[in-house]
Design a protein around this ligand. Structure first.
Ligand SMILES: CC(C)(COP(=O)(O)OP(=O)(O)OC[C@H]1O[C@@H](n2cnc3c(N)ncnc32)[C@H](O)[C@@H]1OP(=O)(O)O)[C@@H](O)C(=O)NCCC(=O)NCCS
Length: 149
């Protein structure tokens, strides 16, 4: 149900843009990252890109569930798959996200806890203001989860 995509990763750009709305930011991690796709009934329901940050640390750079399939457990299933996949290769899974009521509760429901904040990440790296749930994203909140969990 979840498979890794090696060739033509850009074919999933439409879904990847749901989680990261600026294409040149996605290009910073898409090639070096590993892309996983959750497919059911021949339809792609969710995508995820994970990078190897070195020293046993892996990072979810992008995770998106197709809008019509959100809140059905696909995002959580993807996090569980990724945790299992990297368990033998490292100790920590990170994810950076905006200070958003749409995403923080999701990651907390998946077992992540807040680690630290990268000040002004969204205002420094994006060419336009990013809004989520009516709120402008300024700082990146980095969450962590032990891969052994
Ligand atoms: C965030 C996202 C990936 C969650 O995926 P999903 O498949 O809808 O999530 P799940 O159905 O697996 O949710 C698991 C649990 O997380 C929590 N959760 C998920 N979305 C939530 C929301 N919008 N508000 C509050 N809690 C939420 C709930 O506890 C949920 O369990 P429940 O549905 O039984 O209450 C999805 O909403 C999405 O693609 N959003 C747009 C892209 C994005 O912002 N990506 C994250 C930034 S990298």
């Amino acid at each position: 149900m979840i498979k890794q995509i090696v060739d033509n990763k850009r074919q999933f750009m439409k879904l990847l843009l749901l989680a990261d709305e600026q294409e040149n930011m996605i290009e910073r991690y898409l090639e070096r990252g590993e892309l996983f796709v959750l497919e059911e009934e021949e339809e792609v329901k969710a995508v995820c890109v994970v990078t190897d940050e070195g020293g046993g640390v892996f990072e979810i750079k992008n995770l998106a569930t197709a809008p019509e399939h959100q809140r059905k457990g696909y995002g959580k299933a993807m996090v569980q798959f990724v945790s299992n996949h990297y368990r033998d290769q490292g100790h920590t899974l990170l994810v950076g996200t905006g200070d958003s009521p749409l995403t923080l509760p999701f990651y907390e429901a998946c077992g992540f806890v807040i680690s630290h904040q990268i000040d002004n990440f969204f205002t420094d790296h994006y060419d336009h203001p990013i809004y989520e749930g009516g709120k402008q994203l300024i700082h990146m909140i980095v969450l962590k989860k032990a891969l052994s969990e």
